[in-house]
Design a protein around this ligand. Structure first.
Ligand code: GLU
Length: 483
């Protein structure tokens, strides 16, 4: 039996970091076993459905797949096969059919409670401090004939799973071993809603089965739903997949990582100029590590070394500062200068973080100079306006340095103007000699000069910068600063 894994994101809003995390582990495991990795959009909760979100989730996966083709799904809403469609709502007819089958076998029953009735009873249970939070099973007692009669009369109903009232349901989780659930604590979950749409529980199990999913690798938050899933599968006479619930992703504050609480989405990271390589690398470090402890690795290395034994269950902190640091490492140490330049250029074209500039030798010289000075792509563009335009901002500190250097700057300008060669060795020798001549520390000349040509007190090395900008631009800028 060949391995089939899946992610099943719900299109409810921004593409989640958790979805990218699941995509990585599901695809790595599938590729390691020469299996298939599929993507299904679970859009049957119509109250939370967000149409634009579907495309954004698939775009996020496409973006990540630009750096590792193992992430390209073997089947998805954008890549059909005989087990599709991969948009769950388009399969609602199938789900209804299986709900009907469960009804007929007695594994499920119709419940006619109105939402108002349920609400009243729920509140009463709360007031009684009833520990059981689920459905009170009122309509489980209806006879088949009565239930059929009311349905025929057109009374709206949901179909609920008739969970066993005693005993236990055991979930075999690959990472946790046997997890035992008391059936008395299980809720008779709705399988089919009044609107004729299945709930997640029914739809996911029907689809996983029909799509031949062998390993359900998903977030820990679904573990408590798994006994329900096991019962649904058993009632339909289907084999269980292997269950693997991955550890929680936590934010730096220790809470569950959550877009709703303000943690960045994958799109936010992309807009920040985080590279797909570093995001995947960082996600790979969430609850897993390379056997040799290396911090820089990609999905291909994960495929080579991945084992569930190396997954730790404690919950992993997804720390944005650490991700940015790792991104800087990719920029400086992992990717070639050429690649970084291309990414920066493409990033600017996509997000217009700065006016367009040509991707030429000058641009690459600036990138090379800036390499130690930025972590994210957006940061590069924020810090380099003065390389590409005469209209660059002037910080207050730089303005002050220019003011303080007002007496020295004309001498600096004259010395630089006299140079036939503007290479870094030549400007360095000249400025050092001038400092000597004036009895000043070199910094006294460099600080106002840097402020005048870059508008900031932070910049790459002075002499490289002079060389890159060129004599004409440098002299003009000093002149402007003095005015
Ligand atoms: N639709 C669920 C989600 O949004 C999928 C859970 C699962 O993988 O079974 O995460």
């Amino acid at each position: 039996m060949s391995v089939v894994t899946r992610i099943a994101p719900s299109p409810t809003g921004d593409p989640h970091v958790g979805t990218a995390y699941q995509a990585l582990f599901n695809s790595v495991f599938a590729r390691q076993h020469a299996g298939r990795f599929i993507v299904r959009l679970e859009d049957t909760d119509r109250s939370r459905y967000n149409a634009a979100s579907e495309g954004r989730i698939l775009d996020m996966l496409d973006w990540l797949a630009t750096v590792w083709d193992g992430l390209i799904p073997d089947a998805s809403p954008r890549r059909q096969d005989e087990f599709g469609p991969y948009i769950q709502s388009e399969r609602a007819g199938l789900h209804r059919q299986y709900a009907q089958q469960l009804l007929e076998s007695g594994a499920a029953y119709r419940a006619f409670d109105t939402p108002e009735e349920l609400d009243v009873r729920r509140k009463a249970a709360e007031a009684r401090k009833d520990s059981f939070q689920g459905y009170d099973r009122r309509d489980r007692a209806l006879s088949r004939a009565e239930s059929d009669r009311r349905a025929e009369r057109g009374e709206p109903f949901v179909i609920r799973l008739a969970t066993p009232l005693d005993g236990q349901t055991v979930v075999h989780d690959r990472l946790r071993g046997e997890v035992v659930f008391q059936n008395a604590d299980l809720d008779d979950k709705v399988l089919l809603k009044r609107d004729g749409f299945p709930t997640y529980h029914l739809a996911a199990m029907v689809d996983d089965h029909l799509m031949r999913v062998t390993h359900v690798i998903r977030a820990e938050e679904w573990l408590t739903s798994t006994p329900i899933h096991v019962l649904i599968l058993r009632a339909l006479g289907w084999q269980e997949p292997e269950w693997i619930h991955t550890p929680w992703l936590l934010s730096a504050g220790g809470k569950k990582y959550s877009k709703r609480r303000g943690d960045p989405s994958v799109e936010d990271f992309r807009r920040m100029g985080i590279l797909p390589e570093s995001l995947l690398n960082y996600l790979g470090m969430m609850g897993w590590s390379m056997p040799d402890g290396s911090e820089v690795f990609g999905p291909a290395e994960m495929v080579e070394h991945f084992t569930w034994e190396r997954v730790s269950l404690g919950g992993s902190t997804f720390d944005v500062t650490k991700l940015k640091w790792l991104n800087g490492k990719y920029v400086r140490e992992v990717l070639s200068l050429e690649t970084v330049a291309q990414r920066l250029h493409a990033f600017n074209a996509e997000y217009h973080s700065a006016p367009a500039v040509p991707n030429d030798a000058y641009f690459r010289a600036v990138v090379a100079m800036m390499l130690p000075r930025f972590e994210t792509l957006s940061e590069f563009w924020e810090k380099t306006a003065y390389f590409f335009s005469e209209e660059f901002p002037l910080t207050d500190k730089a303005a002050q340095l220019i003011e303080d250097g007002r007496a020295l700057l004309p001498r600096v300008r004259d010395a630089l103007a006299a140079l036939p060669d503007f290479g870094h060795a030549s400007t360095e020798a000249t400025l050092r000699a001038l400092a000597d001549e004036l009895g000043q520390r070199p910094g006294k000349l460099m600080q106002p000069l840097r402020a005048a040509i870059a508008g900031t007190s932070e910049s790459p090395g002075m002499f490289e910068m002079l060389e890159a900008l060129g004599q004409q631009r440098v002299l003009a800028r000093i002149g402007r600063a003095l005015n």
